[in-house]
Design a protein around this ligand. Structure first.
Ligand SMILES: Cc1cc2nc3c(=O)[nH]c(=O)nc-3n(C[C@H](O)[C@H](O)[C@H](O)COP(=O)(O)OP(=O)(O)OC[C@H]3O[C@@H](n4cnc5c(N)ncnc54)[C@H](O)[C@@H]3O)c2cc1C
Length: 422
């Protein structure tokens, strides 16, 4: 089996940006070439800010080039819960989250990014009666805010999905899907065209305050900046003290089929771009433009991709679509997701002039793009439009592996009992 499907099918070519070398200065340095960092660089450069982005590998080397490509607006909490959680800033958070998918599709159009956008909505399917009640509540909360979210009964869900496995669902028409690596490369191309200086194969090895500025060191160069945006997702260990303790990196795996026959292709998700269900340990499923089915799910803590993981993902799919038992599987690959305890992302300021963005909890295509844009504002000394919080470690972070293992068993039990997740 081959590795990352998106590397084989991206219409946007690799960026091929030069490695950073020598001495340079800029107003804002961005660390990390995923959606968060690239969106920040694009918005900074678009406002005429002198900005320089350093990426350890190639653009999209992290989760942004590996994910399932579902463009889902909103956060894991319902809009009313977000308003309660964030108080005065609640309305701005809901607006940012609600409009996050719109912003992605606008960027794709404005910059003519060749990333197979498909906007027929995201289906959240209810696996139990309790889950259905929570889906109904969520749909009503969004409908009350004028969002194009439809509540589907069991028959309509079966029609949209091509499977009668579920009791009902919610179809969020703000949502869609895209080719994740191509979107990432397109953002990079747009950021560079707007004037951002981009460097690949340039891991930042140290970051510190020196003489009133930030100093970033790579193997071959030194960059000084007035402000820094740290956008290293779940892929940046130890660059800033304590930063990697503010989230937990969880392994996720994906499996893609060879292009399905026309009959099968028409039978899988005919009425939605993408789906996931209400189980906490849910799978995310979509087709790509060539009719391959692609499923993402939880991976082993070791991060090793083995036959057991592949079988588990295949089982998840064939339970919904028995006809896919005949499908041929061509690609499998791992990726890391940064999760937070409250399932909310962070725009944090761990030090003056240093802004970190992390914790999209599997909703980063839309939300990392949104928070990258939001982080550009405080880096220029302007209000962010999203709460900037102090960076706080996840309690008992040292024990995350045994705690994660226990959490997986606990959630498997809850899922089996039909309890709802967010
Ligand atoms: C299997 C999988 C499926 C997913 N499916 C979906 C989905 O369908 N929909 C959705 O919304 N979200 C999904 N996600 C989550 C989504 O991919 C992420 O939330 C999002 O890509 C995070 O973007 P980012 O820019 O914060 O981080 P990343 O994309 O991880 O980028 C961080 C970058 O920082 C670089 N870096 C790290 N350290 C350094 C350093 N010292 N110097 C320079 N660069 C450094 C890395 O190389 C990396 O490129 C999924 C994730 C996975 C893994």
């Amino acid at each position: 089996m081959r590795g990352i499907l998106w590397e084989d099918t991206a219409a946007e070519p690799p960026l091929s940006a030069p490695a950073f070398a020598g001495e340079a200065a800029c107003s804002v340095a961005v660390i990390g070439g995923g959606y968060a960092g690239l969106s920040a660089a694009l918005h900074l450069a678009g406002q005429g800010t002198d900005c320089c982005l350093l990426e350890a590998g190639s653009v999209g080397a992290g989760a942004s080039g590996r994910n399932n490509g579902q463009v889902i607006p909103g956060l894991k909490l319902a809009p009313d819960a977000l308003e309660e959680r964030y108080g005065d800033a609640g309305a701005a958070v809901v607006e940012t989250a609600s409009g996050a998918a719109d912003r992605v599709f606008e960027l794709i159009e404005r910059h003519a990014i060749a990333c197979e956008p498909d906007r027929r909505g995201w289906l959240r399917a209810a696996h139990s009666g309790v889950a259905l009640a929570s889906v109904e509540k969520l749909a009503r909360a969004w409908q009350a805010r004028g969002a194009p979210v439809d509540l589907l009964d069991a028959g309509a869900t079966a029609q949209a999905l091509g499977s009668d496995f579920y009791l009902g669902g919610l179809l969020d028409r703000r949502a869609g899907r895209l080719q994740p690596l191509a979107y990432c490369r397109g953002l990079a191309r747009a950021a560079r065209a707007a004037g951002a200086r981009l460097h690949e194969q340039s891991p930042v090895l140290s970051l510190r305050r020196e003489g009133g500025c930030w100093l970033l060191e790579t193997a071959r160069g030194r960059l000084t900046a007035e402000a820094v945006i740290l956008a290293v997702g779940a892929y940046g260990e130890r660059l800033w003290p304590g930063w990697s303790r503010t989230y937990i990196a969880v392994q996720s795996m994906q499996l893609a089929s060879a292009p399905l026959s026309d009959n099968l292709r028409a039978a899988v998700m005919p009425g939605a771009s993408a789906m996931s269900d209400t189980r906490k340990l849910a799978n995310a499923i979509r087709l790509d433009a060539a009719g391959r089915v692609c499923i993402a799910g939880r991976g082993p803590l070791s991060g090793r991709l083995d036959a057991g993981v592949v079988r588990q993902l295949q089982g998840g799919l064939t339970r919904l679509f028995p006809a896919l038992a005949e499908a041929a599987w061509s690609h499998a690959w791992p990726g890391r997701v940064a999760i937070t305890r409250d399932e909310l992302p962070r725009l944090a300021a761990p030090a003056p002039g240093l802004y970190g963005i992390v914790g999209f909890n599997g909703r980063g295509v839309a939300m990392a793009t949104a928070l990258g844009r939001a982080a550009a504002a405080p880096a220029l000394g302007r209000p962010a439009g999203f709460p900037v919080v102090p960076s706080a470690p996840v309690p008992l972070h040292r024990l995350r592996r045994p705690l994660l293992a226990a959490a997986v068993s606990y959630y498997r039990l809850r899922d089996g009992l039909g309890l709802a997740s967010r």
